[in-house]
Design a binder for this molecule. Structure first.
Ligand code: PMP
Length: 359
């Protein structure tokens, strides 16, 4: 395929070509059913197989063992901002949040709508979120500490998590299945699919089984995690096509890449190439100190906003899309999710070099 651009969007973003090719090949006749997966009832064994097998693959890749349930919901990462405090805490109880940027602030705003004792125990707002907090003065009575493992807009990532005495609840929307992770410190992990594992419309939620008995019984049914666990993520009509693409992505991760450890090595390689290039240049500058840098979202600046604007336009013209900053920020951002190839990063670096030379 030679008419495809290099896609660095922050999500939805690039999908692997083999996944698109398989979806294309199966589009009119999925598994000899004489119809596409889009036309298939969600009550068929095939759709339930897609869901169950996807959950099983996530369990395997993350080494979840028997301690966790994996479900798929709609409503994106944003619905989890409210479902989590509703399910994991009761009125008056303490819940702790770490503010490391735009998306954690959204999570905090939602939690604060509930009658809970919400505390922001650490924030990096004073430095424009260009680093991560060193101290997490969590409250021992807190039901959980909410953390965002990768901050999509500001390009920071917790490379390792501080040990604390309270379980973490983690937004992994932008680094899910992109690195090897010890799941022991987590009570709940959530990630929408549209960055690393599929399409928008699907959000994976991993929840520790031991918490289920404590979920308040008066929640609306759709907002109670147990509803979706009991009905194997098929209580109401799932986003079937998105679920199918997620299933294809999970197979691609295993069969073509070799699993999450192999993926992590490729992701490290891509990020190193780009950061090294930026660090060795005096034309581009990364505002994030090295130890906090994200492997997934590389943010950088050029000397002036005008030059950054020019860069984004020239990049797009040359076939590199999605290199502008998040709409709330200035500068540039390149997202290196699982589907972005090493070759794409090398091509981008060559373009960055040419752009600099032309100035
Ligand atoms: N969390 C993170 C880390 C994100 O990057 C985003 C969106 N890019 C969200 C949550 C919000 O997710 P959604 O748009 O699926 O609600």
């Amino acid at each position: 395929m030679n008419n495809r651009v290099y896609n660095f969007y922050a999500g939805p973003g690039a999908l692997p070509l083999p996944v698109l090719e398989r979806a294309h090949a199966e589009l009119f006749n999925f598994q000899n059913l004489g119809m596409s997966v889009m036309e298939l009832s969600h009550r068929t064994p095939q759709m339930q197989m897609i869901i169950d097998d996807s959950a099983e693959r996530i369990k395997q890749q993350m080494g979840l063992g028997d301690a966790f349930e994996v479900i798929f919901l709609q409503g994106g990462g944003s619905l989890q901002f409210i479902m989590i405090p509703l399910n994991l805490s009761r009125p008056g109880e303490a819940i702790d949040y770490i503010d490391t940027g735009h998306w954690t602030q959204r999570a905090i705003e939602e939690a604060e709508r509930l009658p809970r004792d919400v505390a922001v125990i650490a924030t990096t707002a004073d430095s424009d979120h260009n680093h991560l907090p060193a101290d997490l003065p969590y409250r021992p009575e807190a039901k959980y500490v909410h953390i965002c493992t990768n901050n999509t807009t500001t390009g920071t990532q917790w490379r390792s998590l501080p040990k604390i005495g309270v379980p973490y609840v983690a937004d992994m929307s932008s680094d899910f299945l992109a690195r090897v992770l010890d799941v022991a410190p987590f009570d709940l992990i959530y990630a929408h699919a549209q960055k690393n594992i599929g399409l928008s419309g699907v959000t994976a939620v991993i929840i520790r089984k031991s918490l289920l008995a404590d979920i308040p019984d008066d929640l609306p049914k759709l907002l109670d995690y147990r509803t979706h666990i009991d009905k194997r993520s098929n209580y109401h009509t799932p986003a079937c096509f998105s679920m199918y693409i997620t299933w294809l992505m999970l197979q691609w991760l295993e069969d073509e890449i070799g699993g999450v450890a192999a993926m992590a090595a490729i992701n490290e390689q891509k990020a190193k190439l780009l950061y090294d290039y930026i660090d060795n240049s005096s034309f581009y500058r990364c505002p994030v100190p090295e130890e906090y840098r994200s492997v997934m979202n590389v943010v950088f600046h050029l000397e002036t906003a005008a030059l950054e604007g020019e860069f984004v336009v020239a990049a797009e013209k040359a076939g590199f899309v999605g290199v502008g900053a998040h709409r709330t920020r200035t500068g540039c951002r390149v997202s290196l999710y699982n589907a972005v190839t090493v070759e794409a990063v090398e091509a981008l670096i060559a373009f960055m070099y040419q752009f600099e030379k032309g100035k």
